[in-house]
Design a protein around this ligand. Structure first.
Ligand code: PXL
Length: 284
């Protein structure tokens, strides 16, 4: 490292949940393992993520601007901004303002439009919050929706899309839907968890590029995998790594973590055993 070089920084706007290995409990170790400082801007504090039968949530909407104001006083700059779970529609507006204020032309903004999974909108996401998240996604350089979130953002029927999932041109159909989101600032759409012919794919779609990273399927979906994925993507984007490599790296890391959790019989709500594999990221 040259004198004057300092560690790059990502502002991670997300909740912190005591259990579920998602949001900030995933972003902090993963981004740090990739050699980047992760600065958390917490949107809420939860006993555990909302997929469990019961949870307690302290919504930090009323404190968010105070945190942001202190960061303004510090004069901090970020190489990346990564957003995830948002606790209220008002908060989505504050996060949007945060991006306006802190994203310079050299900042990579990654919006993970957390809203839904497996065709179901999360219980804590109202219609107006989903609309605000869709608006926030327009401010990103990179977005990382799962299939359900892709359908919400592109106003496409999830049911219709799922009915086509056994067709040979399914990935092409998903690609075409993702392409409709390449507007304005958005240069890259990465659709996660696309099930196609006995494997699960992450599909990278850019103006002149498409790439697929395939992975074996182990069980159903696990909490936090989207957060681990977007954290790896944001860290690599900040490092200037090619997105094709970044998606492949995130896919391999998650495949190992998910396989380990599946073999152990981990409950889906508890997230995946990613801790054992962080070394894969520190060596990158
Ligand atoms: O991983 C997405 C996520 C993040 N944060 C909280 C959640 C979820 C998904 O359920 O409940 C609190």
């Amino acid at each position: 490292m040259q004198v004057g070089d300092c560690l790059k920084k990502i502002a991670a706007v997300n909740d912190i949940s005591g259990f579920g290995r998602c949001s900030l409990t995933a972003a902090l170790p993963v981004i740090s393992a990739l050699g980047i400082e992760c600065c958390p801007l917490p949107t809420a504090v939860l006993s555990n993520q909302t997929g469990y039968e019961s949870f307690h949530c302290v919504d930090l909407t009323n404190d968010l601007s105070k945190f942001i104001n202190e960061w303004k006083k510090l004069g901090v700059k970020f190489d990346g901004i990564l957003t995830g779970y948002i606790a209220s529609a008002t908060q989505a507006e504050l996060v949007s303002g945060f991006i306006d204020e802190f994203a310079t032309e050299n900042t990579v903004t990654v919006v993970d439009p957390v809203m839904a999974d497996d065709g179901q909108v999360y219980g804590t996401y109202s219609k107006s919050l989903c609309a605000k998240v869709a608006h926030l996604a327009k401010k990103a350089d990179i977005i990382t929706p799962n299939i359900t979130e892709l359908c919400i953002l592109a106003r496409h029927s999830y049911k219709d899309l799922l009915m086509q999932s056994s067709r040979p041109d399914y990935l092409k159909t998903v690609e075409n839907i993702a392409r409709t989101l390449l507007v304005g600032k958005v240069k890259c759409v990465i659709v996660t968890g696309v099930r196609s012919s006995n494997c699960i794919c992450n599909l990278l779609v850019e103006k002149d590029k498409v790439a697929v990273s395939k992975s074996e399927i182990f069980g159903g979906s696990y909490s936090g995998t989207g957060d681990i994925f977007s954290s790896i993507i944001c860290a690599h984007a900040v490092k200037g790594t090619s997105m094709v490599y970044a998606v492949e790296s995130a896919t391999r890391f998650l495949e190992k973590s998910i396989r380990d959790s599946y073999r152990e019989g981990t409950d889906r709500n508890d997230g995946v055993n990613f801790q054992k594999y962080l070394e894969m990221l520190t060596n990158e």
